[in-house]
Design a protein around this ligand. Structure first.
Ligand code: HEM
Length: 254
């Protein structure tokens, strides 16, 4: 069997696929959070960053297609492994060995489903702009950059350029309390999903040894707590009135 055949065709192969796609998705959510935290700086930052990503053109599409493939393979492998576990539970041998895993995987399934539903809403909300009239990109005045936006010291978006006002879109989006609360719950469940996911992926890649299983659990817990707090900060700050709406945003944040 070739490599792809063994990855997709065997139980251990599917576990490795879940682990590797999980790692790719963790890389994306962490990078996305770091980018989003620029909302706490002058609007030039988040707006320049978003425009820089959009200007990547075909490269952005390569990354998007990579992410879509990772999500599809992750869900497929999870479903296939769950069905296998359910079949194994039918036999006395399976009951003994999968009880603990079954409880954990049940939580993984529903947290995973909520995160998927959140993702679809989120894309409609911020990327396609259809879920909430107030945040529809074209209804927001464009932002005029007051300074260059630089990446690794290179000014990639120049002062004076007109770009979509992603900063205003985010702040306005979270002024709706229900939307902000939904985001907070969803990122909370995503953090729970990652808590078990990180331990499982180390296990699947053969990197979780008895000796440092405790350390790994501590690392996963700290990582997920920081990830949750970082995400909570954005809708939380808007709800607490710490991120002012667009009219006041530019002058208040200089
Ligand atoms: C407080 C939390 C979050 C904020 C403020 C936020 C903000 C944004 C914004 C503003 C965009 C649109 C950027 C643009 O069109 O220029 C976006 C896109 C996106 N977000 Fe988030 N996001 C958050 C959480 C998440 C989470 C938890 C996930 C994953 C589960 C996620 C996945 C995505 C994806 C896949 C896109 C589309 C990227 C693309 O254009 O290809 N976001 N987000």
């Amino acid at each position: 069997m070739n490599l792809l055949g063994s990855l997709f065709g065997s139980s251990i192969g599917r576990k490795i696929l879940m682990a590797v796609t999980g790692l790719i998705l963790i890389g994306f959510v962490v990078g996305h959070l770091i980018g989003n935290l620029q909302v706490f700086q002058h609007p030039d930052k988040l707006n320049g960053y978003a425009q820089f990503l959009h200007n990547l053109g075909p490269l952005l599409w390569v990354a998007r297609i990579g992410l879509i493939v990772a999500v599809v393979v992750h869900i497929w492998a999870a479903t296939a492994l769950t069905l296998e576990n359910n079949r194994a539970r039918g036999s006395a041998y399976g009951v003994k060995h999968t009880l603990r895993a079954t409880l954990a995987s049940r939580a993984m399934r529903w947290t995973g489903l909520v995160v998927l539903a959140f993702l679809l809403y989120h894309l409609a909300h911020f990327t396609f702009g259809g879920a909430q009239a107030a945040t529809f990109k074209s209804s927001l005045a464009p932002h005029v950059m007051t300074a260059d936006y630089s990446v690794a010291g290179f000014p990639v978006i120049k002062a004076g350029a007109t770009v979509p006002d992603v900063h205003a879109m985010v702040v306005l989006g979270f002024q709706n309390t229900l939307v902000a609360l939904f985001y907070i719950i969803a990122v909370g469940l995503l953090s729970l999903h990652l808590l078990h996911g990180i331990e499982s992926l180390f296990q699947s890649l053969g990197l979780r040894t008895e000796k440092w299983a405790g350390c790994l659990r501590g690392f996963a817990a700290a990582f997920c707590l920081i990830y949750f707090l970082g995400n909570l900060a954005i809708p939380g700050a808007v709800l607490a009135g710490k991120l002012p709406p667009p009219a006041k945003a530019a002058s208040a944040q200089r």
